[in-house]
Design a protein. Structure first.
Length: 272
């Protein structure tokens, strides 16, 4: 777990650096999801850096595509998938690392995303394909809690349950904030866990910034048979940078030079 925590700190540091250098990006939701991505890519999923298109690999769909900096920084830590040079060209017009992930340009990206609400539908298709082809790979889909205000999410939830997609794991990054403020004030989707239960999901509530909790949840999800799993991961928006934590204003804003230096200094002190 200490190794995973060190990886997570490196990812957070790179997220801050990428968004600062680009003068654009979404630090809040990227930072809140880091621990989930770290456990997925460095403990849970079958992913081969040498062969990122292996047909037997586990699949990951970043439905909240605006948090692309978190995925790119994670793939960079997974050696060989993204170079450091490309990483810090984030959001440059000539860079493959655009504001939303592009599967045609970035090795290791399984789905081009960014139009909110669509990722779970795509993940359903992947999971159903595995069933039809008698493959044993698993599919993971990370959604934002604001994103689940989209009606298509619930159509997809009904579909996943109907086809008994027990090789599908939906993850909700539940940081309680979206661009306009608290999700409960914008368009209240709570209780999130009870809603997914009512759609036939095996539901697991966790602290989404705790490595042990995350790993235990994925272990339980693999053992669940006959129905999909939804992990409702309670997180902190901007996690790891104290002045960003719990602030909706950091949903889609790049730090200035002073804020950047303060964030990097804080992260490096924690890493030590």
């Amino acid at each position: 777990m200490k190794d995973l925590e060190k990886i997570a700190f490196n990812i957070r540091k790179n997220i801050v650096k990428m968004i600062y250098k680009a003068s654009s990006g979404h630090p809040g939701g990227a930072l809140s999801s880091v621990d989930l991505l770290t456990v997925l890519y460095f403990s849970e999923m079958k992913v081969d850096s040498e062969n990122p298109q292996d047909e037997n690999r586990d699949r990951f769909v970043l439905s909240k595509g605006h948090a692309s900096a978190a995925l790119y920084a994670t793939l960079a830590e997974k050696k060989g998938l993204i170079t450091q040079e490309n990483l810090f060209g984030f959001r440059n017009i000539n860079s493959p690392l655009q504001g939303h992930p592009d599967m045609k340009k970035v090795p290791g990206v399984d789905m081009s995303t960014g139009s909110l609400g669509q990722g779970l539908s795509v993940a359903n298709g992947m999971a159903l394909a595995a069933k039809l082809d008698n493959k044993d790979y698993r599919v993971y889909c990370l959604m934002g809690d604001g994103e689940i205000e989209e009606g298509q999410i619930w159509e997809a939830a009904m579909t996943a349950s109907h086809y008994k997609l027990d090789n599908l794991c939906a993850i909700i990054d539940y940081n309680n904030l979206q661009i306009d403020g608290k999700i409960t004030e914008v368009m209240n989707p709570t209780p999130i866990d009870e809603k997914f239960k009512s759609f036939g999901f095996n539901v697991i509530n966790i602290n989404g910034n705790d490595m042990d909790d995350i790993q235990n949840a994925f272990d339980k999800a693999r053992k669940a048979k006959g129905r999909p799993t939804a992990i409702v991961a309670k997180t902190v928006k901007g996690k790891g940078v104290s002045f960003m934590e719990g602030q909706a204003s950091w949903h889609g804003k790049a730090p200035n030079e002073e804020e950047y230096k303060a964030a990097i200094e804080e992260l490096e002190s924690k890493l030590k």
